[in-house]
Design a protein around this ligand. Structure first.
Ligand code: CO
Length: 201
């Protein structure tokens, strides 16, 4: 018995849809992967990277985790960045957070269990670094929203210090790092205007 039959049915319909107007769609994708953007986003199911920015398979290299965190000791994320910059030669790295992020909210709450707590500790550190600004805000909703933004900015800074990124800039490879935030309320992205580096638009 095949499990989750609806998902397989969806998949067959999707594959048929892709080739309806473009019979070579999958053949082309097999031959080459040449995305120009790396997306580092939250694992949240409401933030589907490709769909939000209208990019097709093959056009967006994606890494997602809880609260879109970039830890310099995370081999998973670092391998994605290294491959994206050194092999795929992408021009843009986008760190995209989102409002109402549960991972960010957890950083305001009591300690949870491992390994999640160790992961959220990174967001707690961002919160602690901006305690004065956050405490001055009128309510918890405003603090939560602001920490979603501050967390993106902090991760952009970390990306800018990663070896593959620094080395790309040293050899003159066009590469820009951006910080964006996605609003679940209206489906719109906002540029936090913390971009670093230069790359063709
Ligand atoms: Co989230």
């Amino acid at each position: 018995m095949r499990l989750l039959p609806q998902l397989f049915a969806n998949n067959r319909a999707w594959a048929a849809q892709q080739t309806r107007g473009d019979p070579q769609f999958f053949e082309r994708l097999c031959a080459i992967q040449r995305p120009d953007h790396l997306w580092i986003g939250c694992a949240d199911s409401r933030v589907p990277a490709n769909e939000i920015v209208g990019l097709a398979p093959g056009e967006l290299f994606v890494h997602r985790n809880v609260a879109n965190i970039v830890r310099p000791d995370d081999r998973n994320c670092l391998s994605v960045v290294q491959y994206a910059v050194d092999v795929l030669r992408i021009s843009h790295i986008i760190v995209c957070g989102h409002y109402r992020c549960g991972g960010i909210q957890a950083a305001f709450g009591p300690a949870t269990t491992e390994p999640l707590e160790g992961w959220i500790a990174h967001v707690r550190a961002v919160r602690a670094a901006h305690a004065a600004e956050l405490d001055a805000l009128p309510d918890d909703a405003a603090r939560w929203q602001r920490l979603c933004e501050l967390n993106v900015t902090a991760q952009v800074r970390i990306v800018c210090g990663l070896a593959p990124v620094v080395q790309a800039w040293e050899r003159g490879q066009p590469l820009a790092v951006h910080g964006w935030i996605y609003d679940l309320k209206d489906g719109l992205l906002r540029d936090l205007e913390v971009s670093v580096g230069t790359a063709p638009a």
